[in-house]
Write a protein that binds this ligand. Structure first.
Ligand SMILES: [Zn+2]
Length: 228
């Protein structure tokens, strides 16, 4: 192989390696604002196709819908991006398979704007961004948005405390899978979830095991749950 050909090969390989990086940025139109830190974006694929991608905003965490300022946070994100074309700069894929990204509109960083407005926390556990940290200090000092409350609860702590509370019935048992679901679970009204059960104890006696994601709490786990 001549030197000239070798150079060409090296350039080709470098381009092949860089191609995925280039693909980590894309533009898409916002179809839905799910909550204060999640949007659904239509991304062009192929010649005339679109795919909907759920995007979790990187480095920030907004109050949950049932927390104080949750609805306001969702509204704040909607005002910034709903129906608009945003630039998506992918950072990661999270444990739920969602894209985690910094998004911007017309060059303005949306993630940072939300934190600066007091519509979201800097998610310092997953981000060492100095810009987001500074934005939160600014929002706290000026008592903007969620910082109007004296001591707001961080959404990550709120989720933990909610998960530790035992679920209350009435429960639905899946007659095929023998799994118990609590109200609010995505499987609560599934096709086979037709066995009404008032208490976990009753379900256990009937041979159901609990669905960990929706039925849990320290007083619900004397176990063993699977009797057969
Ligand atoms: Zn469930």
């Amino acid at each position: 192989m001549s030197h000239r050909h070798r150079s060409f090969l090296v350039v080709t390989l470098v381009c092949a390696c860089l191609a995925p990086l280039a693909a980590q940025r894309f533009a898409g139109r916002v179809l839905e604002v799910t909550d204060g830190d999640t949007v659904i974006v239509a991304r062009a694929v192929g010649r005339a196709g679109f795919e909907a991608r759920r995007i979790r905003l990187f480095g920030i965490d907004a109050p949950e819908g049932t927390q104080p300022y949750g609805a306001e946070s969702t509204a704040a994100l909607s005002r910034l991006v709903m129906g608009k074309v945003i630039d998506v700069d992918m950072k990661d894929v999270d444990q739920y398979g969602r894209l985690v990204a910094t998004v911007s509109v017309g060059g303005a960083d949306v993630n940072e704007a939300l934190v600066r407005a007091g519509a979201a926390w800097h998610y310092a556990q997953y981000s060492d961004s100095a810009a987001l940290a500074a934005a939160e200090r600014d929002a706290r000092a000026s008592r903007r948005g969620l910082w109007q409350t004296a001591s707001p609860q961080a959404p990550w702590l709120f989720l933990n405390s909610a998960a530790q509370r035992p679920a209350t019935g009435p429960f639905h048992g899946n007659r095929e899978a023998k799994v118990l679901h609590a109200p609010g679970c995505q499987h609560y009204n599934c096709k086979n979830c037709t066995v009404p059960l008032a208490t976990v104890a009753q379900a256990q006696a009937a041979g159901f095991r609990v669905h960990e994601q929706c039925v849990k709490g320290p007083d619900l786990n004397p176990g063993p749950w699977i009797l057969n």
